[in-house]
Structure formats: structure tokens, C-alpha cells
Design a protein around this ligand. Structure first.
Ligand code: F6R
Length: 249
């Protein structure tokens, strides 16, 4: 199934469209007392979306009481109190500002000893299944073609596990840490297979630096060297882009 492409003149417009999809799901489920299961991402890309969802919560009564969330990934070695951990990011950028039950928010644990990581990853997958599976998975894309932290090469069958971060990814994230030397070398991430199990996938990308990898993911061969290209196998995947990120399509 080809990936659906939606291109907007501005990031703000694109963000409103993405927020509409999340809002529609959450409200539709709330009407019948059901939960909405969201797969969430961190990084700079979704920040504007989270701001818009917070605005809708505060100004338009969008409640997150029926939301269960699973984040894609977490750096190894960083506790949730570390300001660069993805748990901290999610609290700051979304959870602290809406009425989500904190017990319903899941981010992989980055601080477990190696011997406990496999069991933790299996339990994460099991928790997603027990929640009924992910309804909408939000993604950004790394310039390596990673989704979550599934760096090339990553097959379409990978599941939640500990991975090694690509040097390009570490350099791209260096500004958040002050220096590349402080960026962790490993992370726990949902796998490509975990992402492909979501009922719907929404990938956001902004700006010229993402144009090449967006084009390769959408039009290139499906390959473990571009993990986002596996999204071509998904039945309900949309890339919501600004003009610059769509420039090479
Ligand atoms: C974040 C994640 C990553 C980012 C990607 C893009 O949870 O899993 O795949 O989406 O590295 O990062 P930004 O948005 O900072 O360009």
C-alpha cells in the first residue's frame, strides 16, 4: 500500500491536521467509554503537535483521561529525572499539561541492568497487546532513515530491544546534550515490527534536512538500510509534511 502524502505550506497547518486525527480518535472513543492507545515520539518534530494538543485540552475541553500511551524509545543510562531522557521530555512537553493518568503513560526504562533488559522489552510488547494494540503511532524520522531508534540495518520484523545509535544520530542530537560526547551510545526502542502493528501510522517531517530521507522512504526500495521504507508495507500510513520536507518527492 503506497504511503499517503499530505503536504502543507506551513508546519503550523500540518500540525493542525495531525492534531485533528488524534482529537477525533480520543473523542470518538470517549463517547463510548473506551480507551485510545497512542504511540508517541520525542525529538524536535512533535513539539508543535504536543503544544496544539495542550491548547485543545485547555481551550476546547479535549480530555486525555481515556488515553493510554506508549513511547517509542528511551536512551540507555538516563533516569527519567535526567532532562535529556525521553520520560522527562514527555512529562515536560505533554503529560504535565493535560489530564492523562500518569499510570497510563509508558516509556521504556533506560536504566535497567543488561540482564533485565530483554524481559523489560518483552513486557513492553505485552503491555501494548494487553491495551488492545496501538491505534495511532506518531513518528518522526531520523536522517539515517530511522523510525524510533531503529537504525539501518533494521529488518521489518524487529521488536522492542536494546540498540546501538548511529554516529549521525548522535551528532544530530548533540545540541540537546551540549556535546556529542554526552549523547548515549545505546537506547531501548520499539522495533519496526512493533510500529508496523499499529492500526494507523502518522509520520511528521519538517524542513529541508529531511527531504532526502523522506523521498527515499516513500519512493525507494523497501530495505533494512532505510528502516522507514518498511512503512510502505503498512495499510494506513500517512506522511504529514511541510513543503521543504516534501521537496524531493
Ligand atoms: C524520537 C524518535 C526518533 C525521532 C527522530 C527525529 O522518539 O524515535 O526517531 O523521531 O530522530 O528527530 P527530530 O524530530 O529531533 O528531528
Amino acid at each position: 500500500m503506497p504511503i499517503t502524502i499530505q503536504t502543507y505550506a506551513t508546519k503550523e497547518e500540518a500540525v493542525r491536521v495531525a492534531a485533528d486525527a488524534f482529537e477525533a480518535l480520543i473523542r470518538e472513543r470517549a463517547k463510548t467509554g473506551k480507551t485510545a492507545v497512542l504511540g508517541l515520539a520525542t525529538g524536535s518534530t512533535p513539539i508543535a503537535l504536543y503544544k496544539e494538543l495542550i491548547r485543545r485540552h485547555k481551550e476546547q475541553g479535549l480530555s486525555f483521561k481515556n488515553v493510554i500511551s506508549f513511547n517509542l524509545d528511551e536512551y540507555c543510562g538516563l533516569p527519567g529525572t535526567h532532562d535529556q531522557s525521553y520520560r522527562y521530555f514527555m512529562n515536560e512537553q505533554l503529560f504535565n499539561h493535560v489530564d492523562i493518568d500518569r499510570a497510563n503513560t509508558h516509556v521504556p526504562l533506560g536504566t535497567l541492568p543488561d540482564a533485565e533488559i530483554d524481559a523489560h522489552c518483552a513486557a513492553y510488547e505485552q503491555a501494548i497487546r494487553a491495551a488492545g494494540g496501538i491505534d495511532i503511532q506518531l513518528l518522526g524520522i531520523g536522517r539515517t532513515g530511522h523510525i524510533g531508534f531503529n537504525e539501518p540495518p533494521s529488518s521489518e520484523t524487529t521488536r522492542t530491544r536494546k540498540v546501538h545509535l548511529d554516529e549521525l544520530t548522535r551528532r544530530d542530537n548533540a545540541s540537546f546534550f551540549g556535546d556529542v560526547a554526552h549523547v548515549p551510545h545505546h537506547a531501548i526502542t520499539m522495533g519496526c515490527g512493533t510500529v508496523l502493528d499499529a492500526k494507523e501510522v502518522i509520520l511528521l517531517a519538517w524542513g529541508e534536512p529531511k527531504a532526502d530521507i523522506v523521498a527515499k522512504s516513500v519512493k525507494g526500495p523497501k530495505t533494512e538500510m532505510v528502516p522507514a521504507s518498511w512503512l510502505q508495507d503498512h495499510k494506513n500510513c500517512v506522511f504529514i509534511l511541510d513543503r521543504a520536507a516534501a521537496a524531493k518527492l
